[in-house]
Design a binder for this molecule. Structure first.
Ligand code: UT7
Length: 345
């Protein structure tokens, strides 16, 4: 063995990484101040608080101010996570922003804007696009960077301003979404913490279902929309619903089974907050009490790539997450893509 770059040793045939156990070191979240209630929505489209709540579990959502874009929300959430970890932004190695509503189409990346806003002058930055499953993918990316020693501190942010891409005249979709951001800082676990682990994540995709949930125009497939509504979210709600219930149940079972755990050993499931009924149906099929699922869609609705980090940060702030608890996150959405993370707090 010869000594290679920091943290690596030269094996017989390849560079072998020093395996580092990662942990979520801190969290932060930000939601805009403006609250839009179901009753207010009912003055714009033909709907009611009763219909929305009974079909989705949503009562209110937050809306970004006119001068706020996705990076503004992400910076607030990221700053809180760094402050809670007492980490100097200069020590961040990588910033990942999971978003489907970037400040700009294509470039610059929202992550670069966040890197600048935070003063993380030594960090690389990139966006990750996997719609509502984006945070699951981004957290796994952060985990592998830290495990390999390629990065020490990775700031993972899910941030969205969906209010700018929904058709406010389409009651099938506009009732579902909201704006917000959540962040987690991933880094090496401290040696004094007992038995840390962070399992490899479950990442899946079935692109044959791409038409279920998409923005039909504005990309290279159809740059010029025939109608302005083609720039907005279009969804086959029923198909997405059926897909979601199945993959929430299957993903939880698959990731715990692969890692030799049983349902009884899970302390918290933090699901994508799309619809209360999706979570309740999956919980029932699993035979797992609904109390073990953290739910906040009643207040924040579906903030797409932000729902899971926002929920984790809210739980953290409320003191619900205790050292050594076993947490499963599960995400699903456009792509179709889905996946799950499994780690010890
Ligand atoms: O991050 C992933 C994002 N997407 C999702 O998770 C969406 C998954 N799907 C769902 O959550 C549900 O399918 C919805 C909440 C979108 C819809 O609930 P549903 O129970 O599947 O309703 P539906 O689409 O079967 O509609 C039932 C009726 C229809 O009327 P008719 O055709 O029976 O006369 C709709 O036109 O409800 C009507 N409807 C509404 N009525 C009042 C649809 N949206 C509304 C509304 N207010 N907002």
């Amino acid at each position: 063995m010869t000594q290679g770059p920091a943290g690596f040793t030269m094996g017989a045939t390849h560079w072998e990484a020093a395996l580092i156990v990662p942990r979520i070191l801190s969290t932060g979240f930000y939601v805009p101040a403006k609250i839009l209630t179901n009753d207010e929505l009912a003055t714009r489209v033909e709907t009611s608080d009763e219909w929305i709540f009974s079909h989705t579990g949503i009562r209110t959502r937050r809306l970004a101010a006119d001068d706020q874009a996705t990076s503004d929300l992400a910076i607030e959430a990221g700053r809180k996570a760094l402050e809670r970890a007492h980490l100097d932004p200069k020590d961040v190695d990588l910033i990942l922003v999971a978003t489907s509503t970037p400040d700009f189409l294509g470039f610059p990346s929202t992550a670069s804007l966040v890197q600048n806003g935070l003063g993380a002058v030594n960090a690389g930055a990139m966006d990750l696009s996997a719609a509502c499953t984006g945070f699951i993918y981004a957290l796994e990316t952060a985990r592998t960077f830290v495990v390999s020693g390629a990065a020490r501190f990775v700031l993972v942010i899910g941030a969205e301003v969906f209010s700018r891409i929904v058709d406010w005249n389409d009651r099938n979709t506009c009732i579902l979404f909201g704006d917000g951001a959540g962040a987690v800082l991933v880094g090496p676990s401290s040696p004094e913490l007992p038995e840390p682990w962070f399992a490899p994540s479950l990442l899946r995709s079935d692109g044959s279902g791409g038409s279920c949930l998409l923005r039909p125009a504005g990309g290279t497939r159809k740059p010029v929309p025939e109608r302005p509504s083609e720039l907005a979210v279009a969804m086959d709600g029923k198909r997405v619903y059926l897909f979601a219930v199945t993959v929430v149940k299957d993903s939880i079972l698959e990731i715990i089974t692969k890692n030799g755990l049983t349902l009884e050993q899970i302390d918290w499931v933090v699901p994508h907050q799309a619809n209360y009924r999706i979570v309740a149906a999956a919980a029932q099929r699993l035979g797992l009490p609904l109390e073990r699922f953290y739910l906040n869609m009643e207040r924040f609705a579906n903030t797409s790539g932000a729902t899971i980090p926002l929920a984790l940060a809210e739980m953290d702030e409320a003191g619900l997450l205790k050292r050594n608890q076993v947490i499963v996150t599960v995400g699903f959405g456009a792509g179709l893509a889905w996946g799950a993370n499994l780690f010890r707090w």
